[in-house]
Design a protein around this ligand. Structure first.
Ligand code: SF4
Length: 250
C-alpha cells in the first residue's frame, strides 16, 4: 500500500486514474462483491435509499466522502449484489421512497457488481440513480452500452475540470486523461441514455476561462441540456482535504 495515492498535497505525483481503478478494485472488489460501510435513506432526489460504498479512482480535494476514499483497506465489508439489493429495497419499502443509488465512492469500479445489481433492481421499476465521475465509461464504450439497456436508470456524470491542467490539479490524475468524462457524456448521448451532466464549477476552484472551455467542450459533443453546477461545501473531510492540498477556502 506504500504507493497507493491518498489525499492530495502540494507535492503530489499525478497518477494514472485507470491504474488507480485497478489498484482500488483489488482492495474494494472481490468477484462480484464490493465493499460498503452503510445503508440508509437520505433526503436528496426527494428521498433515496443509499448504499455507501468504498473506493474511488480520483482524489478531488473538495470531495465530501469520508476517509474510506483514502484508506479503503481500513473500511467497509463486502456485499454481493443480492445483499445490496436486499438492503436497498428494504429501506425503500420501509421509508416509502422510489429511488435507489450507491454512492460515497465511484460506483462503476466493479462492473460485474453494478450490472448484477441493476439486473435485480431494474425490473421492479425503482429509479436507480448512478452518480459517476465518467472515467471508466469514457475509457470503455461497451460499459456505457451495457448501462444503456436498463429502463429505470438515470446517470449523472460529474465533470471535474474543463482542461488538462485543471483536471490534474483538482483530481490528482494525469491531465492526459481529462477527456474521459467528456467521452462518457458523448457515448451516453449517442446511446440515448437518460442522463445529466453536473460539474464542480465553483469559481473558487475553477477559473471562469476554464468553465467556458468546459461548456464549449460539452457543446462540441452535443450536450446542451441543463448543467448542474456545484459549489464546494464545508464538509469536514472536504475542509481537511482542501487544506492538505493547499487551498485556503474555508
Ligand atoms: S468527488 Fe467523486 S470523483 Fe472526486 S474523489 Fe470524491 S467520490 Fe471520487
Amino acid at each position: 500500500m506504500k504507493d497507493y495515492p491518498r489525499y492530495l498535497t502540494p507535492k503530489f505525483e499525478p497518477f494514472d486514474p485507470l491504474d488507480l481503478c485497478e489498484k482500488t478494485m483489488s482492495i474494494v472488489g472481490r468477484g462480484s462483491s464490493r465493499k460498503y460501510t452503510d445503508f440508509y435513506k437520505v433526503g436528496v432526489y426527494g428521498g433515496i435509499a443509499t448504499g455507501y460504498l468504498v473506493g474511488c479512482c480520483l482524489r478531488c480535494p473538495f470531495c465530501w466522502v469520508d476517509w474510506s476514499r483514502d484508506y479503503p483497506e481500513k473500511h467497509g465489508q463486502f456485499y454481493s449484489p443480492q445483499q445490496v439489493f436486499n438492503r436497498l429495497i428494504n429501506i425503500a419499502r420501509r421509508k416509502r421512497v422510489g429511488r435507489l443509488r450507491i454512492s460515497g465512492g465511484e460506483p462503476t469500479l466493479n462492473r460485474e457488481h453494478l450490472l448484477q445489481l441493476l439486473d435485480l433492481t431494474d425490473p421492479l421499476g425503482y429509479l436507480f440513480i448512478l452518480e459517476t465521475n465518467g472515467i471508466l465509461l469514457g475509457h470503455d464504450r461497451s460499459y456505457a452500452e451495457a448501462l444503456s439497456k436498463y429502463e429505470n436508470l438515470y446517470i449523472r456524470v460529474s465533470i471535474k475540470a474543463g482542461d488538462a491542467w485543471g483536471f490534474e490539479r483538482r483530481t490528482g490524475a494525469l491531465g492526459d486523461f481529462f477527456n474521459l468524462p467528456f467521452k462518457a457524456v458523448g457515448y451516453l448521448l449517442e446511446l440515448g441514455t437518460d442522463m445529466r451532466v453536473a460539474c464542480m464549477s465553483d469559481p473558487r476552484v475553477m477559473p471562469s476561462k476554464e468553465r467556458k472551455e468546459m461548456i464549449r467542450q460539452l457543446e462540441r459533443i452535443g450536450y446542451y441540456d441543463y448543467l448542474e453546477e456545484e459549489d464546494c461545501s464545508p464538509y469536514p473531510t472536504a475542509v481537511a482535504r482542501m487544506r492538505y492540498a493547499g487551498y485556503d477556502l474555508f
